[in-house]
Design a protein around this ligand. Structure first.
Ligand SMILES: C[S@@+](CC[C@H](N)C(=O)[O-])C[C@H]1O[C@@H](n2cnc3c(N)ncnc32)[C@H](O)[C@@H]1O
Length: 223
């Protein structure tokens, strides 16, 4: 499918898929959305609520690596083991145009971290910084079979409008099983059908204020 790089409302870039009229991030602001949904409501909440000094994170839809880059920066006070699952890796020439290092205060460090994240081999865990290791897995979400492994999941699949098969009870049961007790899942989505699918497989779900341009988002906990 054709992919185009576009600017979002906060000046940060994202990838647009014309055939689906869908983006990798919110049109209102890729950076704002990632910071609100995944860093503030996911990472910061999990560290504070469960008093964590180490975290194991699974990202569903590694894509551009923006969430991983922000996590390495804003989670630097804890030790993080990060797994990113992605079936259709983004190309190096697309990453260059996205220029995500420029959204962080320390461009040179961010660029080195971002480049390393994309240069490491797939399927092998590698140290990106002294506190952050990354394993990229090239596979579909349907193939995830981890059990009691993760403290936090960033669920960042394309919307249910274009990929309804990824917002089902089957997928959320895989997510539930892959989390430890007190594990947290955050997503930008807020649809009632998504919330009910999460509740059916056992999650306790909260509706939270969404990022700019979006009223609500969901956070689910495996109690
Ligand atoms: C909303 S984008 C993710 C954005 C990403 N988190 C980022 O910050 O760039 C959804 C991602 O899921 C991937 N994807 C779509 N269907 C998939 C599937 N069945 N299995 C694995 N990855 C899939 C896409 O290639 C895309 O990278």
């Amino acid at each position: 499918m054709e992919r185009k790089i576009i600017k979002t409302g906060d000046g940060s870039a994202t990838i647009h898929i014309p055939e689906w009229n869908e983006q990798y991030h919110s049109k209102h602001g890729a950076l704002q959305e990632a910071m609100h949904v995944f860093i503030k409501m996911g990472l910061d909440f999990t560290i504070a609520e469960f008093n964590k000094s180490e975290l194991s994170i699974l990202e569903i839809g590694f894509g551009t690596g923006l969430n991983a880059l922000l996590t390495a920066f804003y989670g630097s006070t804890v030790k993080i083991d990060y797994t990113g699952v992605e079936a259709y890796p983004v190309k190096p020439e697309e990453l260059e145009v996205l220029d995500y290092a420029s959204v962080l205060p320390d461009f040179d460090t961010a660029e080195a971290v971002f480049n390393k994240m994309h240069q490491i081999d797939w399927e092998k865990s590698a140290a990106i910084t002294s506190n952050f290791s990354l394993k990229k897995q090239e596979k579909t979400f349907q193939e995830i079979e981890d059990q009691d492994t993760f403290d936090l999941i960033y669920f960042d699949a394309f919307g249910a409008r274009v990929q309804p098969e990824l917002w089902t009870e089957d997928i959320f049961l895989k997510m539930y099983n892959s989390l430890k007790i007190n594990g947290v899942l955050v997503t930008y989505a807020a649809k009632g059908s998504v919330r009910r699918a999460m509740q059916t497989v056992g999650f306790t779900v909260e509706r939270l204020p969404g990022p700019p341009g979006k009223r609500e988002m969901l956070r689910a906990v495996k109690k």
